[in-house]
Design a protein around this ligand. Structure first.
Ligand SMILES: [Zn+2]
Length: 417
């Protein structure tokens, strides 16, 4: 038997990690390879060592802490998440999964059991796109979707490339080619994460079992019309980049609502109007498009319809619309066998749960490219995250860890494939 997770341990670790924060006055900010993030890495690695785990890093800074099983030649079982944050965020998104993995290993060790397979707690490098504009750098590279060439092209706001930053921290670029993980070398991966939505709280449930993870497609859009006088230019003579952009946004919203997929979202969250003056018809508008879908085919259908409608808007309004693709990621279904193991673990322990979809994406999305994955969600207070108000009760994380620990142990003892 495994003991229950210790909420105090979880609290201590989370509070300790939260000290590494570059905006102590407002929320938590820990951006990739800034002093606070580097210090947090050191702290976490040290705590992992204290748990008796072997700790290593790959050439992109993914941290692997291994609790060795009886047969280290067997593919290992993974858990873990990230410790970087967006700006002025909270102390749970990502960290709950890292600390949860550590607590799960501590519990398994404490129970005196050494499972057949090794269990590894992973800290994925830069899940958040805060510094280099691209998310999931570590897990993306593991999936073979971020090369050293790509790392040379990613720049932060100060003009440093990701490759330069890695090199300055003595990560070896020659080793970059060894980052991708081959299929079959990981038996299964289970990430614990805060829900970032309010369903669990609404339904009074401590645990969500994720059956599928939505994937994003992002575009940067530029609309060119004609800048001119707001009074002097009559209504039928203008080529207004802003009203054209509005039409694009309404098309996008309608297409997302009409989608036959089980879950689709579409958002224009960043808009820049030029020149942004009361008496001038906007000549240029730049905006972002973020589309999430649980079904890749449906997402492609939506995109095709959108492109068609955009070209109609261009014709009708005499504007030029350029779409610059940023990423077009593939959603994943979680592994049914692992979902079943989590479900069974919850039932064995009397933990109430619901099976759900993750509208947000996580490192598991990319890990899912080379390994069977599933996720365990714990409730987010008021559904809020990426905010100083982000909160999950430590006791709720502990319940998630109870489910996680049994799941990891079961998987690590499964050898009949
Ligand atoms: Zn996260």
């Amino acid at each position: 038997m495994i003991n229950h997770a210790n909420a105090q341990n979880i609290k201590n670790w989370l509070e300790a990690i939260n000290q590494f924060n570059s905006t102590l006055e407002f929320g938590t900010t820990r951006v990739l390879f800034t002093p606070s993030e580097i210090a947090a890495r050191e702290y976490v690695k040290n705590e992992m060592l204290k748990l008796g785990m072997n700790v290593r890093e790959d050439a992109i800074g993914n941290i692997f802490a291994t609790y060795e099983g009886q047969d280290t030649s067997l593919p290992a079982v993974w858990t873990g998440s990230h410790i970087d944050t967006v700006l002025n965020a909270g102390m749970f998104d990502g960290m709950a999964g890292v600390v949860g993995g550590m607590e799960a290993v501590r519990l398994i060790k404490e129970s005196g059991q050494r499972p057949k397979r090794s269990i590894e707690v992973i800290v994925y490098t830069s899940e958040e796109p805060t510094r280099f504009g691209l998310s999931c750098l570590g897990s993306r590279a593991m999936a073979g979707k971020l090369s050293l060439e790509d790392a040379k092209n990613l720049k932060d706001n100060d003009g440093n490339t990701f490759a330069e930053v890695l090199k300055s921290l003595e990560y070896n670029p020659v080793e970059f080619k060894n980052i991708p993980i081959s299929k079959g070398s990981v038996f299964g991966a289970v990430e614990l994460h805060i829900e970032q939505n309010g369903l669990l709280e609404e339904n009074g449930l401590p645990v969500g079992i994720v059956k599928a993870i939505c994937a994003p497609t992002n575009y940067s859009v530029e609309v060119y019309g004609c800048q001119s006088h707001a009074g002097g230019t009559s209504m039928d003579a203008r080529r207004d980049a802003f009203t054209a952009s509005c039409e694009v946004s309404l098309s996008l919203e309608r297409l997302a609502k009409e989608s036959e997929s089980e879950y689709t979202t579409a958002t224009i969250g960043r808009v820049e109007v030029v020149p942004n003056a009361v008496n001038v018809i906007p000549g240029t508008v730049k905006f972002s498009i973020d589309i999430r879908d649980i079904d890749f085919e449906s997402k492609n259908i939506l995109l095709n319809k959108l492109l068609k409608e955009i070209s109609e808007i261009e014709q009708k309004r005499g504007v030029n619309i350029t779409l610059i693709p940023e990423n077009h990621d593939r959603p994943i279904r979680c592994d049914e066998k692992i979902v079943e193991v989590i479900r069974q673990s919850c039932e064995n322990q009397g933990i109430a749960y619901q099976v759900m979809i993750s509208g947000a994406y996580h490192d598991s999305l990319f890990v899912g490219e080379f390994a069977p994955v599933a996720m365990i969600f714990v409730p987010s207070k008021n559904g809020i995250s990426h905010s100083p108000e982000e909160w999950t009760d430590y006791e709720d994380i502990a319940v998630g860890v109870d489910a996680l620990a049994e799941t990891l142990l079961t998987l690590a003892n499964t050898t009949d494939e």
